[in-house]
Design a protein around this ligand. Structure first.
Ligand code: HEC
Ligand code: HEC
Ligand code: HEC
Length: 457
C-alpha cells in the first residue's frame, strides 16, 4: 500500500515536472529574436509589476496574497517602467540601450521574475534557455546600434567608446568657443560659461554649489560640459532637450549670469564688429538668441574625451588596463552599476531614482531642497520625485565633489554609497578601491592631450 502511494506521488510529481518544463519552454526558434524576447517578457509577467497600469492576477483580492503582490507591484514600478520597451518590441522599433542593459542583467542573473511569482504563475520562470536568448538579443542589438568598432566578445559590452570626433561646422565651433568664454553674456560682464565650466578644471568648478554674478550661490552641483553631448537631455532634471536649449538657460538665470534678456546680450555683442561679421558669415540673420546657442552647441560637440585607457581596452588592447582595473570593471557590472551607467558616457540615458534600495535623503539628514525633487520639478508626477538624469562617469576622478547635492567629497565615498543606495551592496574597502581604479581608466584626451584638472583635491 505504502509503495503504491509512493509510486503515485512519484508519477504525479514527474507529470507535473514535465508539464512545468513544457510550460517554461523557450519560444519557438523560428520567431525573430525580437519576438522571442517579447514572448519571454510577456510570459514572465513583467508587465504585472513594472507598469503604471499593471495587469493584476485574480488573487489580488485575497487578503494576504493581495498585500504581498501590492507591495511587489509598488516596488517593481518604482524601480523600473518596462512599458516603453514592450511597446518598442511590439512595434518592431529599436529599444533604448538602457532598457537592453537592464533586461540583459536581470535575465543573466535570473533574478526576474522572482521565485514567488514563477512558482505560482507556471510558465513564467526565467530558465537558462530563455536567459540565453535575451543575452543573444542584447549583444545583437549593441552590435548594430553602436557600430563603433568593438569586436569579438567586447561587441556586447554595455559601456562603449567615445567617438574620436563628431561632425561639426568648424566656423560655428570657433564662434561658439569665443561665446563660451565671453563674460558679456552676464549682466555685469563678470561671468562666462567657463567661470563654472573651466576647461582646464575638467569642465567643472569643484565646488559644492557654483557661484554666479556677485557671488550668488545656486542649489545644485555643476556637472561637467565634457561629453555632455552624449546626454539624452541636459540638467539633473532634464529640463533642456538639447545643448542649444540648455545654453539659453544660464545667461538669464538670476543667480548665474543674470542678464535680463537676450536682446540686452545681443546689443552688447553687436558693438563688436568682428562678432557681427563672424555671425553674418554663418547665419544670414546675424546675431540672434538661436544663433548664439547654436554656435555654443557646436563648440560643446567638440568637448569630447576619446582615447581613454578604458576605450583602448574596449577596442581590443588588453594591456591598456591592469588586472586590478579589469577586475574593477567586472565588479562594476556585477553590482548593477552598468544598468544605469551605460553607453559611451556611462550615464545620461535615463532618469533613475536616487535611493532605490535605501533611504538616501533620510540618511543624509539635511533639509530637503527643491533641487532634491529632481525630475519631479518638471513633471509633477509623484513617481519622479528624487529621480535624476544619471550623470556620466567619464573623467569622474577630476570632477569632485559628487552627486547633485555635492555632498560626497571623494570618489571612494561616492562609489561606496552608490553601491548601498542603488544596488543594495555593502562593499569592502578593497572592492571600493577596485571600482575606483576602474573609474580612473575612464579619463580621456581633449585635443590629443590627457584631460587634467589644475585644481587639487
Ligand atoms: C511580482 C512582481 C514582479 C514581476 C512579475 C517582475 N518583477 Fe522585476 N522587480 C520587481 C520588484 C519588486 C523589483 C525591485 C526590488 C528588487 O529588485 O528586488 C524589481 C526590479 C526589477 C528591475 C530593476 C533592476 C534591479 O536589478 O532591481 C528590472 C530591470 C526588472 N525588475 C525586470 C523585470 C523583468 C524583465 C520581468 C519579467 C521577466 C520582471 N521584472 C518581473 C517585481 C517584479
Ligand atoms: C554660475 C555657474 C554656471 C554658469 C555661469 C554656467 N553654468 Fe552650466 N551649469 C551650472 C550648474 C549648477 C548646472 C546644473 C544645473 C541643473 O542641473 O539644474 C549646469 C549645467 C550645465 C549643463 C548640463 C550638463 C548635464 O550633464 O546635465 C551644461 C551642458 C552646461 N551647464 C553648459 C553651460 C554653458 C554653455 C554655459 C554658458 C552659456 C553655462 N553652462 C554657464 C553652472 C553654471
Ligand atoms: C538605479 C540606477 C543606478 C545604479 C544601479 C547606480 N547608479 Fe550611480 N548614479 C545614479 C544616479 C541617479 C546618480 C546621481 C545621484 C545624485 O546626484 O543624487 C548617480 C551618481 C553616481 C556617481 C557620482 C557622479 C557625479 O558626477 O556626481 C558615481 C561615481 C556613481 N554613480 C557610481 C556608481 C557605481 C560605482 C555604481 C554601482 C555600485 C552605481 N553608480 C550604481 C544611478 C545609479
Amino acid at each position: 500500500m505504502k509503495r503504491t502511494i509512493a509510486l503515485v506521488v512519484l508519477v504525479v510529481a514527474a507529470i507535473l515536472g514535465v508539464v512545468y518544463s513544457y510550460l517554461n519552454r523557450p519560444p519557438a526558434a523560428d520567431l525573430s529574436l525580437n519576438d522571442q524576447v517579447l514572448e519571454i517578457l510577456s510570459d514572465g509577467g513583467c508587465l504585472s509589476c513594472h507598469s503604471a497600469d499593471p495587469k493584476l492576477p485574480f488573487y489580488m483580492n485575497l487578503p494576504v496574497a493581495g498585500d504581498i503582490i501590492r507591495k511587489d507591484v509598488y516596488e517593481g514600478y518604482r524601480a523600473y517602467d518596462i512599458t516603453p520597451l514592450i511597446s518598442a518590441l511590439e512595434q518592431g522599433l529599436s529599444p533604448m540601450p538602457v532598457d537592453v542593459a537592464k533586461i540583459k542583467k536581470v535575465a543573466a542573473d535570473r533574478r526576474m521574475p522572482m521565485a514567488k511569482y514563477y512558482l505560482v504563475h507556471w510558465g513564467s520562470q526565467m530558465t537558462r534557455a530563455k536567459s540565453d536568448i535575451i543575452t543573444k538579443w542584447a549583444v545583437d542589438f549593441r552590435k548594430t546600434h553602436y557600430n563603433d568598432g568593438l569586436k569579438g566578445e567586447r561587441v556586447g559590452e554595455p559601456i562603449r567608446p567615445i567617438a574620436k570626433s563628431l561632425p561639426v561646422d568648424a566656423r560655428k565651433v570657433a564662434l561658439g568657443e569665443q561665446l563660451y568664454h565671453d563674460t558679456r553674456l552676464s549682466v555685469d560682464n563678470t561671468v562666462s560659461c567657463a567661470s563654472c565650466h573651466d576647461l582646464s578644471t575638467a569642465g567643472v568648478d569643484n565646488k559644492q554649489y557654483s557661484e554666479g554674478v556677485e557671488g550668488q550661490k545656486g542649489g545644485v552641483n555643476a556637472p561637467t560640459v565634457f561629453n555632455a553631448v552624449y546626454n539624452f537631455v541636459q540638467f539633473w532634471d532634464g529640463r533642456a532637450a538639447t545643448l542649444a536649449e540648455q545654453a539659453a538657460g544660464p545667461p538669464l538665470n538670476p543667480v548665474e549670469m543674470a542678464s535680463t534678456s537676450f536682446d540686452e546680450i545681443i546689443a552688447k555683442l553687436e558693438k563688436e564688429k568682428s562678432y557681427v561679421e563672424a555671425f553674418k558669415e554663418i547665419y544670414p540673420d546675424g546675431i540672434t538668441q538661436a544663433n548664439i546657442t547654436d554656435a555654443i552647441e557646436a563648440f560643446e560637440m567638440t568637448l569630447i574625451t576619446p582615447n581613454s585607457r578604458f576605450d583602448k581596452y574596449l577596442l581590443g588592447d588588453d594591456s591598456a588596463i591592469t588586472a586590478e582595473e579589469a577586475e574593477g570593471y567586472a565588479f562594476f557590472k556585477k553590482n548593477n552599476c552598468a544598468i544605469c551607467h551605460v553607453g559611451p558616457n556611462l550615464g545620461g540615458e535615463s532618469y533613475e531614482l536616487m535611493g532605490l534600495r535605501h533611504h538616501y535623503f533620510e540618511d543624509r539628514g539635511l533639509e530637503l531642497t527643491v533641487e532634491d525633487d529632481g525630475r519631479f520639478k518638471q513633471t509633477q508626477q509623484e513617481r519622479d520625485r528624487h529621480r535624476f538624469k544619471v550623470p556620466g562617469l567619464r573623467n569622474i576622478e577630476l570632477t569632485w565633489p559628487y552627486y547633485h547635492d555635492g555632498t560626497r567629497a571623494t570618489l571612494e565615498e561616492a562609489v561606496r554609497d552608490m553601491a548601498k543606495y542603488q544596488s543594495d551592496a555593502e562593499l569592502t574597502d578593497e572592492e571600493v578601491a577596485k571600482i575606483v581604479s576602474f573609474l580612473k581608466t575612464l579619463t580621456g584626451e581633449y585635443k590629443g592631450v590627457p584631460l587634467t584638472n589644475k585644481n587639487k583635491q
